[in-house]
Design a protein around this ligand. Sequence first.
Ligand SMILES: NC(=O)C1=CN([C@@H]2O[C@H](COP(=O)(O)OP(=O)(O)OC[C@H]3O[C@@H](n4cnc5c(N)ncnc54)[C@H](OP(=O)(O)O)[C@@H]3O)[C@@H](O)[C@H]2O)C=CC1
Ligand SMILES: CCCCCCCCCCCCCCCC(=O)[C@@H](N)CO
Length: 312
Amino acid sequence: MVFGKKKWDPAGKHCVVTGGSAGLGLSLAILLAKRGAHVSIVARNQERLDKALKEVEAARQSPEQVLLAYSYGVDSAKEAEAALDAAAQPHDGRCPDALFLCAGKSRPGFWIEQTEAQLRECMEETYWVQAWPALTASKRMVAEGVKGKIVFVSSVLGYFSMVGYSPYSPGKFAVRGLAEALQSEFLLYGIDVHICFPGTILSPGYIEENKVKPKVTLKIEETDVGSQPEVVAANLLKGVEKGDFHITYDFISHTFRASTRGSSPGNSSFMSQIYNVIGLIGLPLWRRDVDKEVLNHRHEHYEYLRSRGLAQ
Ligand SMILES: NC(=O)C1=CN([C@@H]2O[C@H](COP(=O)(O)OP(=O)(O)OC[C@H]3O[C@@H](n4cnc5c(N)ncnc54)[C@H](OP(=O)(O)O)[C@@H]3O)[C@@H](O)[C@H]2O)C=CC1
Ligand SMILES: CCCCCCCCCCCCCCCC(=O)[C@@H](N)CO
């Protein structure tokens, strides 16, 4: 109970987790299975899904739980609809009770090196990959009168940004914009919207993105030691259970949330005011160091650009 309000309990509910074959999504799927939910994981690569499903199976609490994997991409409306259709089938066609939008990808890089195709792809891998399944799921929830939950996954880079993240941050800001609009609109239907803002997650995706991440970005990020996917999953679920709209769970994410809070519900607690004051003093100082770091990289960066024929 939180102030007399009953906590949300995943037991017996059907939870769809996109990106459920790796990283945050897989950890969340395992956790939900442990908590007695019916879990459907959705991702593209079948081999990874098969392996992941075994791990989710190992967390089963009762023979009644329906634990299944579906191979679909969710970055197009058509595929997201097909994925939701398939996941609903074993549940008599009923739409899921909760949708956890963990699918996504990051390809950091310098802005001037991007092409139209790359930037469109990045928007698909950050924004559309969450917007399409959210659209089809919410249509179903409203049509079927299901007072469900839709949980978006942004990033602290949906609160602020920096060098190297021009292909990624816009989509994560967009996810925030969508969540803010839907939180308000879905009051009409009793559908709860949540959005999590993780810092670095030590996931398979993180290992991949680091292969292309600019050196200067890696250097600035050293301040954030990162969290294991299980830790982020546990905090995300805790936030959903408590009914938090913006879900943040560590010093960095609390500070950015409190300092960019706007009128988002639930961000005016006493602790948020403390983090706001910390941000008020700490963030400009930190940012000054970041700008210095970027400027110190200028010389090396121009050498790199020249070697690629991108500057004189
Ligand atoms: N790692 C980090 O530092 C941070 C990550 N985040 C966000 O958290 C979420 C999870 O990240 P992380 O755990 O690192 O991810 P991983 O890269 O480790 O796993 C991504 C999962 O999403 C699936 N996926 C990717 N694209 C699609 C698609 N188009 N359709 C269906 N499934 C897809 C992948 O499977 P497959 O490729 O087989 O489809 C895989 O299951 C992402 O939204 C990410 O942006 C936020 C903050 C920090
Ligand atoms: C007083 C306040 C001090 C604040 C210190 C802030 C330090 C922030 C470091 C940058 C963190 C970047 C995380 C990226 C996560 C992500 O989304 C990517 N991994 C995906 O590509």
